[in-house]
Design a protein around this ligand. Sequence first.
Ligand SMILES: [Zn+2]
Ligand SMILES: [Zn+2]
Length: 177
Amino acid sequence: MSEFRFSVSQLLQEPTGATRHYELDDALLLVDETLRIQPVVGHVRLTRTPKGVLADVSVRGCAELECSRCLKVFEQALEITFSEEFFQTVAVTTGVRLPPPEVDDPFLIDETHRLDLADALREYVLLELPQAPRCAETCQGLCPQCGHDRNQGPCACVPEISDERLAVLARLLNDQP
Ligand SMILES: [Zn+2]
Ligand SMILES: [Zn+2]
């Protein structure tokens, strides 16, 4: 049972422009097997449109991500705001199936007149997530030689990369005729 599912059967019987307001408080959104957003807190406004219901969603959530530099798990705050129309599939009073909306990948209100925001939330969470999460702007990452977390201070390793490059360059120069 999704905490993001709302019954809109009453709202669908009201005129265009009618609204409902809901608060989300400590909801849990599973984005995939590894990513959960919790708590999801915020505001949902549902407005009757000629073909369904417009959902205006403004929520905050907290994601546990792994830092791409030091691999530490940290909490990333997310702000998710969107407006999406959900289309009616069945007429609420007669139960007659309605023609499909002329929209690519529409969000649909199900046959029991319930609107589920979970898929839309997942899509917007994925858009918000950083490609390379960082625990802090200043994260120093791990030493490539010994794996030491440089945020804890320097390790004993001597940087070798530049020396290797110089050695290769020296060999190339020596090979010149
Ligand atoms: Zn980090
Ligand atoms: Zn090191």
